[in-house]
Design a protein around this ligand. Sequence first.
Ligand SMILES: [Zn+2]
Length: 138
Amino acid sequence: MSTAEFTPRFTPSPDGLNAEFYAHLAAGTLRLQRCDDCATWRHPARVLCGRCGSERWQWAETSGRGTVYTWTVTHQALVPPFAGDEPYAVVVVELAEGPRLVTAVRGIEPAALRLGLPVTLRIARVSDAVGLHYFVPA
Ligand SMILES: [Zn+2]
């Protein structure tokens, strides 16, 4: 899929901290938890800092910049909403802040993906409560 556009194929129904993560995306920002005591970023959302054990944290806005860390190309739609999209790449992007996101990169064919490719955040707002992140080549 080479188009830089992104059409959500389903809408998650998150709860708890995950609902907060998706709500920030719906509001137009990619925010991850950042520890108030040791400044370590973390994702997916969880209660305790994995580095220092602190329970104090905030949703901090990321730069939206990252690089392709790894990916896999799917040649067979495993669920109906993705039928017709194949082949498509499921990509892990390493953010400049450190955490990695399982996401999509649009605007580039799967065969053209490269390790370390610089990418920039885009957000598809699907409701008042949910936005979905994806990336395009920087
Ligand atoms: Zn910490």
